[in-house]
Structure formats: C-alpha cells, structure tokens
Design a protein around this ligand. Structure first.
Ligand SMILES: [Zn+2]
Length: 435
C-alpha cells in the first residue's frame, strides 16, 4: 500500500516537473516566434499588423535584419522543437493544447510567407491553406448569375446593373460632414451592447481617423495597452450600411475587442508573449476577420433589432429617409450573397487565369461595382491575395462554430463568442467536433 502511494507521489512529482519543463520550453519557442515575426517584418512592410511587446525587440530586428534564409531556417528549427514536445496531453487545460497547435500553425504560415517572399508561387487554395489554415469553396458563375437576376428586378432603370445600382443608392450616402457623427453613434451603440456581456478592460479606448488613398475601406491598428486607432478610407462615398458594419467590425465586438481580450487574458494574465505580435498573413487573421464580421450579428441578435436602431438613430443622423431603410437593406442582403465573388476574382487572378483588367470587369459585374470600386478591389487583391477569404469564409466558419454550440440563445452566443476571442483557436479547430 505504502509503496503504491510512494509510486503515485513520485509519479505526480515527475508529471508536474515535466509540465513545468514543457511550459518553459513553449514559452521559449513563443518568444523566439515573436522575434521571428518582427524579423520577417523587415522584409515585408504589411506583415506585422500589431506589436506591443518590448520596444527593444523591434530595434533588435531592425539592427539584425536577418536574411530570409536565416528566418526560414529558424522557423524550421522551431517547428521541429515543438513537434518533439509532449503535446500537453497530460494536461486537462485545453488552452495549453490549443496554444501548442496555434504556435505550430503560425510558424508554418510564417515559413510559407518566407518562401513566397523568396519567389515561390503558390496557387490560390494552396496559399490560403498554408497562410490561413483554410480553403474557400468555389462557385460557378451561374451561382452569382442567379443572385444578379434577383437584383435586376429590384433596381429600376436601363443600362448595366452597376450603373443603375450606383444611381439608385445615391440617397443612402452618408454626407461627408455627418460621417463622424454617424460613426460615433454606431460605435456608442455597439460598445454598450458589447459591454453588457463581455468584461472589457476598464481603460480600453480607441480613436477614429479619416484617411485617403488606401486599398482598404477601414483598418484597425492595435497599439497595445487596450488602445486602437481605427482608420476609415474616404476615397469613395460611404453608404449608411457601413456605419454599423464598421463600428462592429473594427470596434465592438470586432478587432478592437479581440485584440484587447488577447492582451488582457493571454499576454498579461498568462504571459503568452506570442500574442503581443500579430502577423497579418497567418491563421490568426481568419479568426480576426471572421469574428469581426460575425460580431455584428452577436451585437444585434435579430435583424429587426438592428433595423430599429438604424431607423431611429442612424438614418436621421445622416439625414437619410428612414422610410426607405427596409428597401435599402433588402437589396444589401442580396448584395451580401455575392461576397464570395471577390474570392473567385482573386482565385482566378492569383492563379494567372485572368489578367487585371479581366478581374476588374469580373468584379464590376459580379459584385455590382462601379469601375472605381472594382479597381480598388483589384488593388486589394494584388496586395493581399488569398487574404480575401478571411472575411467571408471566416465569418461563415465562426457562425457555424458559434451556432453549433449555442443554438439561437443570444446570451450563450455572447459567452461562446467571448471565449473564442480570448483563446488561441485555429481556423481548422473551428470545424472539429472537439469543444
Ligand atoms: Zn478587418
């Protein structure tokens, strides 16, 4: 009896020593990974989306200016080190398992980005699998044609649909001088709705800036210390539906909340340094964009609730006739069904099946975009390539993951959503049956 007890005591001792040893090693890999992301940022100005770790790490990366070869070799080493580590199977803390898998995939994605910068050409789906841990479904033109034919009946007039659409939606532009007032109202509402369900760090904050000449519509720059700068591109007219979209996507409960919760729960509370850096071309982006897009439905669990707010607050603040809100959103709902068309244009352009001008034409037709907007779309695709899947596929994957766990219970939805925003779950982990 005594001997058995002694055995268990010793066994427990070694398991806990082993656990501590593994955690130390994972921490060491995590820190080296963060340095590697900064090193790769020296070769690719879009790569480091956010970094709020020790400032000297960044200076060090600038001084060292590691070669792509050295970065690739170090990534391979880190992957081998992680692969040799026990997979925390002895731990009942799922977060530790997720952490190890997350690091493995993030470092593999970094290695793929290194190969791309060295000139390797990947096909669209291979690239999205390597960088974002996911592959978007393909759709034939006929799928979009069907949606387009429904839109044809809703938009009056003669001529190409995009031209009629532009004319039809003119009354729904937010006048430039009212843009900030309307956005601030949308942000206030989304923030209040988020705060009622998610414990936000008490000093979280963000500022909004209006910019021009960018390939994107809006961008959240996370500065650390629970602060973001949200930039809105005013190159093209901004329509009323963008107010809630932008407030939820960039702010609450989207990017700003996601980054703040990662900093609070993972970096500060657990000391997981890998989350003090955010590499844009990595699986983390699918989770970031997917949760940011789906966030609107979490904040406004029903369309009628959102419409009430739009009609009573946003439309009047923008000076837009709220009696036309239902008509406007019926068309927007159809437009949303076209969002996978951007993936198709990107897939064909990246794979060299069509050239830039054909991609512009395709976007013009299948996303019902005026030429300037279609050109902005092609600019975005050329710079960010398969990143486009993170928005629509990301949203659909997050929706399925959350719905499966919560049904239609809005309260449960908030709690699962908050958990997802505070964990290192990967895109492929959204589709497994594991909880
Ligand atoms: Zn985004």
């Amino acid at each position: 009896m005594c001997r058995i007890l002694l055995f268990f005591a010793l066994f427990g001792f070694f398991v806990s020593i082993g656990g501590a040893w593994a955690a130390d090693n994972v921490n060491a890999v995590a820190e080296r990974y963060a340095h590697l992301v900064l090193a790769l940022g020296q070769h690719d100005p879009d790569y480091v989306d956010a970094f709020y770790g020790p400032a000297e790490w960044k200076t060090q990366a600038e001084k060292e200016k590691k070669s792509l070869e050295a970065i690739g070799a170090e990534a391979a080493q880190l992957i081998a080190t992680l692969a040799k580590m026990p997979d925390a199977a002895t731990s009942d803390d799922e977060m530790l398992k997720l952490r190890r898998e997350y690091l493995l995939k993030q470092i593999s994605a970094l290695a793929a980005r290194v190969r791309m910068l060295k000139g390797e050409k990947l096909k669209f789906d291979d690239e999205s699998r390597a960088l974002y841990d996911a592959v978007a479904p393909s759709f034939a033109d006929s799928h979009f044609d069907e949606i387009i034919s429904q839109l044809e009946t809703k938009i009056p007039g003669k001529g190409p649909l995009w031209e009629r659409y532009e004319k039809w939606r003119k009354p729904f532009v937010i006048p430039k001088e009212k843009l900030d007032t309307v956005f601030q109202l949308a942000i206030k509402e989304c923030r209040a709705r988020t705060q009622a369900h998610v414990a936000l760090p008490p000093n979280e904050s963000f500022t909004v800036e209006y910019v021009t000449n960018k390939p994107w519509g809006g961008y959240n720059w996370y500065k650390g210390n629970f602060h973001s700068v949200i930039q809105v591109n005013t190159d093209l007219p901004i329509y009323i539906d963008r107010a809630v979209d932008l407030a939820a996507h960039e702010g609450y409960p989207g990017h700003h909340v996601y980054n703040s919760l990662l900093e609070k729960n993972l970096v500060r509370d657990r000391g997981w340094t890998e989350f003090s850096v955010y590499p844009l071309f990595s699986p983390q982006s699918l989770i970031a964009e997917g949760t940011a897009n789906f966030g609107k439905e979490v904040a406004f669990p029903s369309k009628s609730e959102r419409m009430k707010f739009e009609k009573e607050v946003l439309f009047p603040a923008a000076g837009i006739d709220s009696k036309r809100a239902d008509e406007y959103y019926a068309v927007q709902d159809l437009m949303k069904q076209l969002n996978y068309a951007t993936n198709e244009a990107a897939r064909r352009l990246v794979n060299g099946e069509i050239d830039e001008s054909a991609a512009t034409q395709w976007l013009q037709k299948y996303t019902v975009a005026e030429p300037a907007r279609a050109q902005q779309g092609v600019k975005f695709i050329k710079r960010y390539r398969s990143y486009v899947i993170n928005y629509n596929l990301g949203e659909d994957m997050v929706r399925r993951y959350i719905d499966k766990r919560t049904g239609s219970d809005p309260e449960k939805r908030w709690s699962e959503f908050g958990k997802l925003l505070s964990s290192p779950r990967l895109p492929s982990g959204l589709t497994t049956n594991r909880h």
